[in-house]
Design a protein around this ligand. Structure first.
Ligand code: SAH
Ligand code: DHB
Ligand code: MG
Length: 223
């Protein structure tokens, strides 16, 4: 009875009821698909969740690791005040190019700084530049680097910063201790670090829907 099909239909029901038609967001998903980007954009309901969490946080400064076509960037950007700022990191030049065009369509150019290049290199450079801490950090790039991204996220945090990580369930694969999938191992180390690290307290919510069975880690940085 509770099949994948049910999850998808319920996801659609929820988004039809609660997400008003939005020409920009709908166009961005079509553009990304037609450009052949990997179908790794968050779903509409997940995007709205990110947007609501950013509003609940009163976020003014957001860091996103992994832009793809900018779909999650736009959801996050719409939660910020007009003088808010998103720094988003993307290694793939084609993804970055499409993201820039999508962000422009959403009229968020002034709010979004897309830094093209390997995220670890960009983060190192940002530290050298003395970039200020962020209110919310969304980790959604290459999963094997998740433990390193968490360390960087903590360096760019203040007490009260919210850190969110995508794809932390992976159809349940994350319970496979001996998985040979480096993404699974990266996410498992991410959990280990969250458990050990006294500067953050975290949980994970499992999600089902148009993106299958997956989940988000949500944590808050303590003093
Ligand atoms: N947040 C996006 C989805 C991101 S998909 C959304 O929900 O709409 C993951 C992205 O991370 C891909 O575009 C991929 O090119 C990028 N990526 C992978 N490894 C990276 C790295 N080392 N540095 C920066 N970006 C990386
Ligand atoms: C993968 C990455 C993502 O960010 C996502 O949302 C889904 C899948 C992946 O690398 O497999
Ligand atoms: Mg993801």
């Amino acid at each position: 009875m509770h099949s994948t099909n049910t999850w998808e239909q319920v996801d659609q029901y929820i988004s039809k009821r609660l997400i008003p038609h939005d020409a920009v967001l709908e166009k961005v998903l079509v553009t990304n698909q037609q450009a052949g980007l990997p179908p790794h954009d968050v779903s509409p309901n997940q995007g709205k969740l990110l947007n609501i969490l950013a509003q609940m946080q009163g976020a003014r400064r957001v860091l996103e690791i992994g832009t793809l076509g900018g779909y999650s960037t736009i959801w996050l950007g719409r939660a910020l005040p007009t003088d808010g700022k998103i720094v988003t990191l993307e290694a793939h030049p084609v993804h970055a190019k499409i993201a820039r065009s999508n962000i422009s369509l959403a009229q968020l150019d002034r709010m979004v700084e897309l830094r093209e290049g390997d995220a670890l290199e960009q983060l190192t450079q940002m530290k050298e530049e003395g970039v200020a801490p962020f209110d919310l950090i969304f980790i959604d790039a290459d999963k094997p680097n998740n433990p390193l991204y968490l360390e960087w996220a903590l360096r760019f945090s203040r007490s009260g910063t919210v850190i969110i990580g995508d794809n932390v369930v992976r159809e349940g694969e994350i319970i496979q201790a001996y998985s040979t999938d480096p993404r699974v191992q990266g996410v498992r180390k991410f959990y280990d670090l969250l458990a050990e690290e006294s500067r953050i307290t975290a949980t994970a919510i499992q999600t089902v829907g148009s993106k299958g069975y997956d989940g988000f880690v949500i944590g808050i940085v303590k003093d």
